[in-house]
Write a protein that binds this ligand. Structure first.
Ligand code: PEP
Length: 254
């Protein structure tokens, strides 16, 4: 099993072909960090182009449909992502839960479709500020894990194809990063739900932290117990911002 930290850049709805230069720079630098697993999730129109431009990093999508094909205008299937060379897909990001009304049942169905298509998955969970302030953060995240991680996919879990990203909604894109002790507590709670579902194979599910990770705070977050990597939004858009996070991951894994 790989215990390499997993650093994933989520470009969200940002980027154009000119940003291939950033992907190439990140890819070139990846050779210096063999102890870190690095990946980028560009917007759908760029996935194939980024795939062709890089060799040493993973490339993935930011969403997929539950069906392999059909009358679903505007959607992209997991099989299509796999066909253009994607390795993984991010599912259940809070922006999809917010913008598209995605719930745990749908996220789980998407995860099952993605795994069936041969992709790995990163399933996102996280509480809102109201939920944290009212003391419900652990309960909310535990319920999201119970509801959106596919329980029947023990083989994929054992193969290390399932990751979870703990992303407090209030920390995403806000510059407000969660306190390390809260991250540790939330990752422990998430890990406990995964053990309940998958037993000892749960250790193969990397739990990433996401929410305003940058080159300054990465060491503290990535060095915390139970943190298996980071899902990075804003700071993944340039190599200059992203690579210090990768370097921090390398440092904590040494
Ligand atoms: C994200 O997109 O998942 C994310 C964590 O964004 P940011 O790093 O910008 O907060």
């Amino acid at each position: 099993m790989t215990k390499r930290p997993y650093i994933v850049g989520n470009w969200k709805m940002n980027g154009n072909r000119a940003m291939l230069a950033e992907a190439r720079a990140i890819d070139r630098a990846a050779q210096r960090y063999p102890d870190v697993e690095i990946a980028l999730a560009p917007p759908a129109p760029l996935i194939g182009t980024v795939r062709e431009a890089v060799t040493g990093i993973g490339v993935g999508g930011q969403d997929c449909h539950t069906a392999a094909k059909g009358a679903h205008t505007g959607d992209v299937s997991a099989a299509m992502l796999a066909d253009i060379g994607a390795d993984f897909v991010i599912l259940g990001h809070s922006e999809r839960r917010r913008d598209h009304g995605e719930n745990d049942v749908l996220v789980r169905a998407k995860a099952e479709a993605a795994l069936a298509a041969g992709l790995s998955v990163i399933i996102c969970v996280g509480e809102t500020l109201d939920e944290r302030d009212s003391g419900k953060a652990e309960a909310v995240v535990s319920a999201q894990i119970d509801g959106s991680v596919p329980l029947g996919e023990g083989a994929a879990v054992a193969a290390g194809r399932v990751a979870v990203a703990y992303e407090p909604v209030w920390a995403i894109g806000t510059g407000r990063v969660a306190a390390v002790e809260d991250v540790v507590a939330m990752h422990a709670a998430a890990g406990a739900r995964l053990v309940a579902a998958f037993g000892e194979d749960a250790v193969r599910v990397r739990i990433l932290y996401g929410g305003s990770v940058n080159g300054e705070n990465a060491i503290g977050l990535l060095g915390a117990p139970g943190v298996g990597g980071a899902l990075v939004g804003g700071a993944s858009l340039t190599a200059d911002a992203f690579l210090p996070i990768v370097a921090a991951a390398s440092q904590v894994s040494a």
